[in-house]
Design a protein around this ligand. Structure first.
Ligand SMILES: Nc1ncnc2c1ncn2[C@@H]1O[C@H](COP(=O)(O)OP(=O)(O)OP(=O)(O)O)[C@@H](O)[C@H]1O
Length: 321
């Protein structure tokens, strides 16, 4: 066996079968490395190991590694609402955590440029994203969900003066970050249905959208507006979530319904979209969200409510879309 053949055999173990047979010409060893699903650190480590090994083969003066990735495209699920304050960020964070617990490789983007809250919700306020080759590397949250938020990049309130294009560029940087082996991105959209939302949807083409609404009629009218933004841009609807549905008594757990029950479910039916579930208005949800302890990380009634919604999202995504 020549030393080149010996190295080719070692390459298999070194790269877990990801490298093509090496070729040696004029002192240059060249090979193709499949890096699909590897994080940038893993990629660099494998390439460094190949280089080190290759340079021990007599006659090799230089090594060229062409990296290819037959990547599964990263699917985006946009979480949107027609207006602010209905719990879109709370749902996005908990949906991401619940999906991660269901085994989905999921990342979270806080696209709410003007009022980012995900860093607090996901207990990652103290982390700063790094950049490599002008691409951002997401921060890790304590819940196994990599994430990026404007809250990680600028001081609170700084982005407020940004105009549309600047906000749109910042958002694109978050979405086009190095998400490693993530297969799904939950994007917590900015509230409302303006230009930033429209250009995000046109540029990044979400696989589907989840609309959040509260039970009040007014909020539902806003939800209809959010639905039409996605319809205009041919983004399919995954479904509607009713948040703050009924009030869960912190003492006895009984749920009362000051705004009546079933309004959002009926509205979803009228709009021809699935109803994904309801999350009660509960002090515990607000308290834990503020404390960076998303209920979806646990298995109590609220955790189960978020998991049920996440299961429906997974079923929708696996339905071939
Ligand atoms: N089901 C719930 N029970 C109790 N409090 C909730 C619930 N959902 C959200 N909240 C609280 O309501 C407030 C608004 O929620 P959140 O920030 O998620 O809304 P939003 O729609 O993302 O708002 P914005 O668009 O303005 O960022 C927060 O204080 C949050 O903790």
């Amino acid at each position: 066996m020549t030393q080149l053949e010996d190295f080719a055999a070692r390459l298999k173990t070194l790269t877990d079968g990801r490298a093509s047979a090496p070729r040696l010409k004029d002192g240059v060893m060249s090979l193709v490395l499949d890096v699909a699903g590897l994080s940038s650190d893993q990629r660099d480590a494998v390439a460094a190991a190949i280089r080190e090994g290759a340079l021990t083969v007599p006659g090799v003066e230089d090594v060229r590694i062409a990296m290819t990735a037959e990547r599964r495209p990263l699917k985006i699920v946009a979480v949107a609402s027609g207006k602010g304050g209905v719990g879109k960020s709370t749902l996005s964070a908990n949906l991401a955590v619940a999906l991660q617990r269901l085994g989905v490789k999921v990342g979270l983007v806080d696209a709410d440029i003007y009022g980012p809250s995900q860093a607090r919700l996901m207990a990652s306020e103290d982390r700063k994203p790094q950049a490599k080759d002008k691409q951002l590397i997401p921060v890790q949250s304590p819940f196994g969900v990599p994430m990026l938020s404007m809250g990680h990049l600028v001081e609170p309130g700084k982005a407020l003066a940004w105009r549309g294009p600047m906000a749109g560029n910042a958002l694109a940087q978050l979405i086009e970050a190095d998400w490693g082996d993530a297969e799904l991105l939950i994007v917590d959209m900015p509230p409302g249905t303006g230009d930033v939302q429209l250009s995000m949807v046109q540029k990044h083409k979400p696989a589907g959208a989840v609309i959040v609404s509260t039970p009040q009629d007014l909020a539902l009218i806003d939800a209809v507006r959010a639905v039409s933004l996605f319809e205009q841009t041919q983004v399919p609807m995954i479904g509607l979530v009713e948040n703050m549905a009924g009030y869960a008594c912190p003492h006895c757990g009984e749920v009362s319904d000051p705004f009546g029950q079933g309004g959002a479910e009926a509205a979803a039916g009228e709009m021809g979209m699935p109803f994904l579930g309801r999350i009660p208005l509960a002090i515990d949800i607000r308290r834990r969200s503020d404390a960076g302890d998303p209920p979806a990380a646990g298995d109590d009634a609220h955790g189960v409510a978020f998991r049920t919604i996440a299961e429906k999202v997974v079923a929708w995504l696996r339905g071939g879309r």
